[in-house]
Design a protein around this ligand. Structure first.
Ligand SMILES: Nc1ncnc2c1ncn2[C@@H]1O[C@H](COP(=O)(O)OP(=O)(O)OP(=O)(O)O)[C@@H](O)[C@H]1O
Length: 693
């Protein structure tokens, strides 16, 4: 039974502690033990288990590799000649061009042409399969180099180019991910040997100098992407329906039920159906703050895409449009449902609904995987905000059960009952589609959701800003640098101290370009005002959201009594803005606040009144008009991965790390006499007071 009383459309939402749905929404890796059978077009996806006892089929390319016959090497490029029914499953990063013929990738057909697709295929997710589906389209002109060397005729020729983004070296910083992308440091390479007629080994190809690698022999611990047949049917319906109102599709389902994968299939099918027109993108509203493929960590986002998303979008690496984020600060809406809904509404209305042009773009919405108990009430509220035309419910349990009309699943009843109720309450004609989801037993996924969150944080802070992202048909290529942040000095940014009186502040504020205040999300259990030790405990070594707020609004807050309380004698402290005040001022539909990105606070220097801070996106902060906007920082619960704080010393970097530790220049960590393995003797000073603890 739900922990919540039935909700009225105008009722405030509240969350009941320790209710049964807590587990569902939380990031715990305690996934359901039931294993689900998805519907598939041909063979079942090898990765999806029917029962605990069933052995998973292996993953491999349906391709008999023969060097210089159907594989051609040209420097950084490998050409593969495929015949009808053959397929390539590759891991790593590559730039794909279809040289001749056509391919089906994750349920969408791609034709030969000059388009270059950046594919990111980490082993954390099911690998895309490049399937040759043409048998007679090879009539195009081939370049002489290919004609000369490929003596045989192939239905499809694909060109794969290296794409070393440095993501492959993330293992240098965090060993957890050392095999996530194909790399020449940690991977073992399949050897491909070309035999002469006399049996001598002539050439061998071990993929060491490539950023990708085909899976040529059966592998049991990887997964391959195979959209179920009803997803393909759904995507056909999605692109074929010519309605006057653009579609707004909400995708609902449990964690790991395939929501993002289905969303990408629908997006790619749509873009394919309109032939990738640059000014006709598709809109993606990703409102899952925990497991987002499209947003900044612990944020919700609206982005537009006009180029296909093949493989993972773990790092927001696919481009071809724009992206706006709102930082929520937690991985689950349950932490502050009202604030979460405020951010969703703000994002949706400002970026989509209020813009006459954008509103004509079809919208796909990736929902949080919290669909039990209170999560259902939240869905009801989101339906009210977004007014979807369609809701796809990815059911991840017994597939046969939900195909029957009288499925007596209580949870379904609760969810679908409320969705139906919302149709009447909001006078909305919503098409509800039940579809099969996938379900992976957590042991068959390479990384837990917590580990993937760590990956997202690291890749966010180590991405080299690309200020020239184009929206052309070629997606932009991100670049990363996984040296520990601690190896470079943080920026020193002044802050406005509490010593300013409301009168003096008005005269000085317009000139001030530093940080004008800090807030802690969900701070209601912090004793206020805070002293310097408490401020350091909360902010040292923490990830913060950076906001630009309108100067007038800032002054309103500053002058309010709650901010100005200065019973603590430490007047050198930064201005502290209670979160209730922050929410009140920057609540629904407030366009007086803008989220600029995330930063990591290294430390606070109270003498010089400065924050030492790492800012990956300095440009967006520099572009602020400081006479009209002031900067404030918000602390949620996105945490700095331990590997950032205690960088691993390896090879030539060893000396550098040792020196750092020797001189006790490592902040945040209390060290015992010796360094130990496994970080046991490290004590990280990272303890924000948790709500309800
Ligand atoms: N049709 C499919 N065939 C094989 N693997 C799939 C399929 N759909 C999804 N997967 C894999 O299942 C896992 C979960 O998929 P996905 O991330 O799309 O689910 P989700 O519901 O969006 O998850 P979350 O709630 O955590 O965001 C991923 O590893 C993905 O690659």
């Amino acid at each position: 039974m739900s922990a919540f009383s039935a909700i009225q459309s105008n009722q405030e939402i509240f969350y009941v502690q320790n209710s049964s749905d807590e587990e569902q929404g939380s990031d715990s890796d305690n996934d359901n033990e039931n294993l689900i059978i998805p519907e598939v077009s041909s063979a079942p996806p090898p990765s999806i288990l029917r029962s605990n006892s069933q052995i998973k089929p292996p993953v491999f390319s349906k391709f008999q590799a023969r060097l210089n016959e159907n594989i051609l090497l040209k420097g950084n490029i490998i050409y593969f000649g495929l015949n009808y029914g053959e397929s390539l499953v590759l891991k790593g990063q590559y730039i794909l061009t279809i040289y001749s013929g056509k391919l089906m990738i994750n349920g969408v057909t791609y034709h030969r042409g000059t388009a270059k697709y950046n594919v990111y295929a980490p082993i954390s997710h099911s690998l895309p399969e490049l399937l040759c589906i043409s048998s007679n389209e090879n009539s195009g002109t081939l370049s002489p180099e290919v004609v000369d060397i490929f003596t045989e005729k192939f239905d499809t020729i694909v060109k794969l180019e290296n794409n070393f983004t440095k993501l492959e070296s993330i293992g240098n910083l965090c060993p957890l991910f050392k095999n996530m992308f194909h790399n020449n440091l940690h991977n073992q390479f399949p050897k491909l040997v070309d035999h002469d007629d006399d049996g001598d080994d002539d050439l061998d190809l071990n993929f060491q100098k490539y950023s990708f690698c085909p899976i040529l022999c059966p592998v049991y611990d990887l997964n391959v992407m195979r959209p179920p047949a009803n997803w393909l049917q759904l995507s056909k319906t999605f692109v074929s329906q010519n309605t006057s109102i653009p579609k707004r599709v909400l995708i609902i389902g449990y964690k790991n039920s395939g929501k993002s994968s289905l969303l990408k299939l629908l997006a790619n099918s749509y873009l394919d159906s309109i032939n990738y027109v640059a000014d006709e993108p598709i809109g993606i509203l990703d409102i899952d703050p925990g497991q987002s493929e499209f947003s900044v960590p612990n944020s919700v986002s609206y982005s537009t895409y006009n180029f296909p998303l093949i493989g993972s979008n773990l790092t927001g690496s696919h481009a071809g449009g724009s992206c706006w984020n709102e930082y929520f600060g937690f991985n689950n809406p349950m932490e502050n449902p009202d604030w979460y809904l405020t951010l969703v509404a703000k994002l949706f209305q400002e970026r989509y609904e209020d813009n006459d042009l954008v509103r004509q773009v079809p919208l796909l919405v990736n929902m949080p995987g919290w669909i039990k108990g209170y999560g259902v009430q939240l869905i009801y509220k989101i339906i009210k905000i977004i007014k979807p035309t369609d809701i796809v419910y990815l059911k991840s349990h017994n597939e046969m059960e939900y195909q029957s009309e009288d499925a007596d699943d209580e949870e379904d009843d609760e969810l679908l009952g409320l969705i139906n109720e919302s149709k009447q309450d909001f006078f909305q004609n919503i098409n509800i589609i039940k579809s099969s989801g996938v379900f992976f037993h957590h042991t068959s996924l390479k990384y837990s959701s917590q580990e993937l969150s760590i990956f997202r944080v690291l890749s966010y802070f180590h991405k080299i800003p690309n200020n020239n992202i184009s929206s052309s048909s070629t997606s932009s290529r991100p670049n990363f640098n996984f040296n520990p942040l601690l190896w470079t000095s943080p920026l020193k940014i002044s802050y406005l101290a509490k010593s300013q009186t409301p009168d003096t502040i008005i005269s000085t504020i317009s000139e001030f370009k530093g940080i004008c205040g800090v807030t802690v999300f969900n701070d209601d259990e912090l004793s206020q005002p805070l002293n310097s030790t408490e401020i350091s405990t909360i902010f040292d070594c923490s990830i913060v959201g950076i906001y630009a707020v309108e100067t007038n609004q800032y002054l309103n807050i500053y002058q309010s009594s709650s901010v100005n309380k200065s019973s603590v004698p430490e007047t050198q402290l930064p201005v502290f803005i209670p979160f209730s005040k922050f929410q009140e001022e920057f609540g629904p539909r407030s366009n007086t606040i803008q989220f600029l990105g995330l930063g990591i606070i290294h430390s606070i220097n109270y003498k010089t009144k400065t924050f030492n801070i790492y800012l990956p996106d300095l440009e967006s902060i520099k572009s602020v008009n400081f006479s009209e906007y002031k900067i404030i920082l918000g602390r949620g619960r996105t945490s700095v991965p331990i590997w950032e704080l205690y960088p691993k010393s390896e090879d030539n970097n060893k000396k550098r790390s040792e020196k750092l530790f020797k001189h006790e220049k490592v902040p945040f960590i209390s060290l015992n006499d010796k360094f130990g393995k496994g970080g046991k003797i490290l004590k990280v000073r990272r303890n924000i007071i948790r709500r309800r603890q």
